[in-house]
Structure formats: C-alpha cells, structure tokens
Design a protein around this ligand. Sequence first.
Ligand code: CUA
Length: 310
Amino acid sequence: MTALDTLNPMSPLAAAIAKLFAAVLVILGLIFALVAVLVVFAIVRYRERPGAQLPRQILGSDRLEIVWTAIPILLLAVIFVFTVKVMHAASPSAASRSPDLLVVGHQWWWEVNYLKSGVVTANELHLPIGQRVLIRLESADVIHDFWVPRLGRKLDAIPGHPGYLWLEADAPGVYLGACAEFCGAEHAWMRFEVVAQPPAQFAAWEQAQLAVPPVPRPAPALAGRKLFVARTCVNCHRFAGTSADRHVGPDLTHLADRRMLAGGAVANTPSTLAQWLKDPNSIKPDSHMPNFQLSDAEVAELAAYLESTK
Ligand code: CUA
C-alpha cells in the first residue's frame, strides 16, 4: 500500500473519490497560481524605487469586496455539491438492503463473516469482481477504521454503533487494506487483503471454506488435534468439526489457506506458523495470543493439525 493507491482506483466508488480529489486539486492549483502571479506582479511593479511616488491608494471598494466574497462562495458551493454526491454514492444507508458481509475489528485483526453462506475467515476478504457487496462494520473493542485505498472510502468501526459501506473491485487482484485509526500497540499490524476473483473462482473458494475438515489421519496432525481440543485454544478460537466455537480470536478452520498471519505481520508458511505458536510476541509483540510455553514437539503437532486442512 502506498500513498498513491488512492490515485489508482480499482472500483467505481474509488474512481469517483479519485476524480473528486483531482477536480478539487485543479481548482486549488488554479487559485494558488493566480494568487502567486498577482503577488509576484505586485512585488515587482510596486516595489520602492528612489524618487518613486506612492501608488494609487484604494481605501475600500464595494465592488471588489462583492467579487472576492462571491467567487469563493460559488466555488465552495460547486465543490460541496459534488462532494455530497460522491459521499452519497459511497455511503449506503442501513436500510438499503441486508448486508452481505459482517466485518468486525478486533485488537488487532479483522473478523470476516459471509452472512449468506456462513463462511467465517480472518484478515482476508474474498470478493467476486464486478459485484457490489454491502459490509456491515462493527468493532469488538475500540475504534478501528476499515480502509482499502484502491477500492473505496474508509469507515470507522465504532463499538456499539455499526456502520455500512460498499466494497467492489473491477478486476481480479489482491488489494491491501489496513486499519486506519490508531487502536493500540499493534495498530500497524492490523492489515488485511481483499482477494478479488472471477465469480466462478469466488464460488469455489466459498465452497472450500464451508467444508468441515475430517479428523486427520497422520499421527502428528491427529496428536495436534487432541492438543488443540485439550488445551485452551478452544477458549478463543473456532475450528469446524471440533468443540472449538469461540470468536475471541480468528476462526482457524481454514487457516492453512490464508496468505498472512497475525494481521499481516508475516506471510503464512509452516515455519512462521510454528514460530507463532511457539512465541507469538517474537512476531507481534503485545498481541493477545498468549505464549503457552509449548514444547517443540507440541508446536510441530499443532502446526501439523492446522496445516492438515490445506
Ligand atoms: Cu485497529 Cu488501528
């Protein structure tokens, strides 16, 4: 994600915002150029010279005052009208239709619920291209802010006060999103990715996410499953097909399919997953994932279980 992402829009809403920004920038640029030219002209033309008289003094002019009041009012009115139009297009009202997705900000990760299919995932949001989805945005703790610069506006996730926004992507790709409101120590690692896919691929992903993994056969993964259920993992996480059904931490059922771990702090690989289980603070200090002082054998078994759903 770079500062230029907002100028490289990939959805109709982001394009409308970028166009408004460009139009305002041009208007402001013209005003700046006009003022700069007049200032330079006045400095050169009226600077003090030996023997020169004072230039003609104008002490108040109704016509001038009307002009310099009316022009800014007119310009601001034009900018206001176009801004309200873009805001209206980018901001669905709660009653417009039932939301497709429920996104919940947590310290420091994003929970994503597909309300129609029942898929639950984290820090990775899949979208079919060319379709507008309606997101209901909530927070589980403090104020966060959901922002995918290339796909649209940003919106605060406020505890107890759900918000709504549209999300849409024109072309397949992976678009980086981030929390854009300081929310505590690990605010910087509260990233997420929007994976925009052709509708058929998206449907296949959704089906795969709904699959309940069978009990794994290989010994390490099976031992990992026993550890997972016996240890305190089940107090915070959900894993379909087991007794784990909590949403304090991310749903781990299809963790192995995801691209990133720990809110984007590291890529999701078998070795980073093992490191995360062994010592979460070494990857993301202050994360709410505790260090359970697991032995290397236990880490290997748990990782084998979590990877077995791939
Ligand atoms: Cu959540 Cu910053």
